[in-house]
Ligand binder design. Structure first.
Ligand code: T1G
Length: 707
């Protein structure tokens, strides 16, 4: 068992170094190693100063999250930090890369801190539904003030080393080699009067009043909607004005409470599912290494519409050279304008400097001929959603681009298998399904066919990592994972509820209260009702669907009520505003469509709206899983939380189903099946798991062992 902590004597400096790849998580063995090293240093009279650093890419990503489901082994974080703080030798932490959560808390328990200029320091615990539980809510306020500490913990986003320096979180920001700078700092300390400087002895310079708390919460109100962790964070930081040991005890109680919360279980599930979804299923990491991803340096995008331009920006943002092509000569200048305006608004919002924006725009170059693309590593076609046009483009590219370079299609509705087989090398064609807006949406659905080898999948995973997107593999089928569940489940049921008597705003409000970023009718209006209608027409070429299936949205499209872009859709958008205004004309239209189908309308409760929309989503999700379209229930949760606005703190539809209990889910689905028939036929997988008193998580575990 390699040592996770080493101790070296460098003259008067005792160097304690953590080695726990890949992210130096402060696991049980690291805590043991730290305590042991401190004891050894204390017994060695030649040691005057202790220096804590790490090997690898970063200082530490914090506590080992995989240990949270079991009682934490001794020594605890608090015991290690108390040992550091009470050490009679000054203890210095030198931070490179990232110091997150428990990693930063370890550094804050040290008496002095240095950070390399490129380092970032943060408390991301709130993204996991927990509060800092290793003294962070007590030491951070003592270092930077209660107000700023609260802001840093509520944001969960790391700050730069220079920002940390200006706030007083670190004592020195090192420009050059960190180890040299740290040893210089320690040697100066060793022969100075300065001794240990326990953070716990400091006092908090400011206090938190209601106005200060409200102001600190305000920027995160939307991100924390429906969440509770922030309340525990506030309570803990407020306790930092008490004597340290009292505050620490309060933090420990609140940390336990947060750790046990459903919110945290859900967010941890999403954290690990996002890491799992990027791995080849059924292919061991050893074999995965036999399918090395191809290098991706230059890419080409065919089709300079909104999607094509957004995809080009995503690659330019990732630092790659991009060639953009379109057979409509007016499209390229139009795309250039779109790209410029998108970057201009990022500069205006302070998200980018003008120089970086200019650099990224420069990286996107027009390519007038397909023949100009012989030396790119990847081509993605994003032309109009027409099977013959896409086949023509892909087979031309197949003849131009040396195999096995990857050819990808951004189709969201067409058969990737049919497109791939239109080329001479179907093994190198797969789907890279981006979501609007392509440069910002986190999700990338990788669509594989029966001809797709692991090598092509590995390259697609590499593309996702390059673009900092979460990748999920879907088997080529009707609507892949996300759209299939949205169309056959969630959105379809939302429309049926309209026919039965609910109004668009009732349905949207119910699902937004459940936690969705935006309700289905508002999403449809944002994306364009015509886009949905066209997509369904394409999909129906693969499989048909019995009525009622989006009869309201399709009628709105016929009437030219396309949504925000025409100022009218399910709602009115007066004067181009994005604010929705209910439209009685739409209600009359829905009443007409309902009476045409003999549907009696009635009052429908918010509870029924949410239950029917979410259960139909879960039911179709189970079908997607049992058909092998999705390989893992966790993959479905990643698709919905990162691509369709499903609330992360609920864990995704399949995790939520396990939370409800599959026997309850099955009982309710059967209830609706009796009432509504076809679309509510229970998925066989739910029946089998409920009968076996099992759930998706257990099924997943057993299927993983089966593959
Ligand atoms: N614990 C355990 N495993 C971790 C981990 C952690 N903290 N962080 C990452 N991993 C695993 C991850 O599952 C993956 O495993 C591998 O490392 C690479 O990660 C007491 C209680 C650091 C920015 O929230 O944000 O401290 O899939 O693919 O894209 O108050 O990982 O290869 O098997 O994400 O380069 C607070 C979580 C903990 C940071 C690197 N810390 N990590 O991103 O690699 S709670 C966090 C990250 C805490 C204290 C509390 C990212 C990263 P595998 P990766 P990456």
């Amino acid at each position: 068992m390699p040592k996770t902590v080493t101790f070296d004597e460098l003259g008067p400096v005792g160097l304690i170094c953590m080695h726990n790849p890949p992210v130096n998580a402060i696991s049980h063995s690291v805590r043991l190693g730290l305590l042991d090293a401190i004891e050894r240093a204390q017994e060695n009279s030649s040691i005057k100063v202790l220096l804590i650093m790490s090997g690898g890419e970063l200082f530490s990503a914090g506590a080992d999250i995989s240990e949270f489901d079991h009682p934490l082994g001794e020594p605890s974080f608090q015991q290690v930090q108390a040992r550091i703080e009470s050490c009679h030798l000054p203890v210095v932490a030198a931070i490179h890369g990232l110091a997150l959560g428990g990693g930063l808390e370890l550094a804050m328990a040290c008496h002095y801190r240095l950070a390399h200029k490129n380092a970032r320091l943060g408390m991301p615990e709130i993204t996991l539904g927990i509060i800092p539980g290793a003294g962070g809510t007590q030491r951070l306020p003592r270092l930077i003030g209660a107000r700023r500490a609260l802001e840093m913990i509520l944001s969960g986003t790391p700050v730069s080393a220079s920002d940390a320096g200006s706030k007083g979180l670190v004592d020195e920001v090192a420009e050059g080699d960190l180890r040299d700078a740290a040893l210089n700092f320690c040697n100066r300390l060793a022969y100075s009067e300065l001794g240990p400087r326990p953070t716990c002895n400091r006092t908090v310079i400011d206090s938190l009043d209601d106005a200060g708390i409200a102001a600190a919460l305000h920027p995160y109100a939307r991100a924390l909607k429906g969440r509770t962790t922030q309340d525990l964070v506030i309570e803990a930081v407020k306790a930092s004005t008490l004597p340290f040991s009292q505050g620490l005890a309060i933090e420990a109680t609140l940390a336990q409470k947060s750790l046990a919360s459903g919110e945290s279980l859900a967010l941890r599930h999403v954290f690990f599912s996002e890491r799992e979804s990027g791995k080849l299923v059924g292919v061991s990491s050893a074999n995965a290494n036999q399918a090395p991803p191809a290098a991706i340096r230059r890419v080409a995008i065919i089709g300079a519409g909104t999607m094509g331009s957004g995809i080009a920006m995503a690659f330019a943002d990732a630092g790659l050279e991009v060639l953009l092509n379109d057979n409509d000569s007016a499209a390229l200048p139009r795309s250039r304008e779109y790209v410029r305006s998108m970057y201009a608004s990022s500069v205006k919002r302070g998200r980018l400097t003008q120089d970086i924006a200019d650099e990224r725009i420069r990286r996107i170059r027009n390519a007038l001929e397909l023949a100009d693309m012989t030396d790119v590593d990847l081509v993605i076609e994003a032309v109009f959603e027409d099977i013959n046009l896409k086949k023509e483009v892909l087979s031309k590219l197949d003849s131009i681009l040396p195999s096995p370079r990857l050819l990808a299609t951004n189709t969201s509705t067409l058969s990737v298998t049919e497109l791939a087989r239109a080329t001479a090398h179907p093994e190198r064609v797969l789907g890279l399904h981006f979501f609007v807006p392509a440069h910002a949406s986190k999700l990338l659905e990788i669509v594989r066919t029966d001809d797709t080898p692991p090598e092509s999948l590995s390259t697609a995973f590499r593309v996702a990592k390059l673009l900092k997107k979460v990748a999920v593999v879907a088997r080529d089928s009707f609507g892949f994972i996300g759209n299939r569940m949205m169309l056959d489940g969630y959105f379809r049921e939302a429309e049926v509820l309209l026919l039965e008597g609910a109004t668009p705003i009732q349905v949207d409000t119910a699902l937004e209260n459940f936690g969705f970023a935006m309700g289905p009718q508002r999403v449809s209006d944002l994306g364009g009702n015509d886009v949905g209608t066209k997509a369904r027409l394409q999909l129906f070429k693969r499989e048909s669907r019995p009525d009622p299936y989006f009869v309201v949205a399709d009628r709105l499209t016929e009437m030219g009520r396309l949504g925000q872009k025409t100022g009218r859709g399910f709602y009115l958008y007066p004067n181009g505003s994005r604010e929705i205004v209910p439209d009685p004309e739409v209600i009359s239209l829905i009443e007409e469509l309902a009476s045409e189908r003999g549907i009696l309308r009635r009052e429908i409760s918010e509870q029924e709206i949410v239950e029917r929309c979410i259960l139909s989503l879960i039911n179709v999700g189970a079908m997607v899983l049992e058909e092998g379209v999705a390989a893992r229930a966790g993959d479905i949760d990643v698709v919905w939380t990162s691509g369709y606005g499903f609330p992360r703190h609920v864990g995704g539809p399949m995790f939520y189903a396990d939370t409800l209990g599959l026997s309850h889910v099955l009982q309710r689905i059967r209830h609706y099946h009796e009432r509504f028939g076809h679309y509510w036929r229970p998925a066989g997988l739910i029946e089998r798991l409920a009968d076996a008193a099992s759930n998706f998580e257990q099924w997943e575990g057993s299927s993983a062992s089966r593959s």
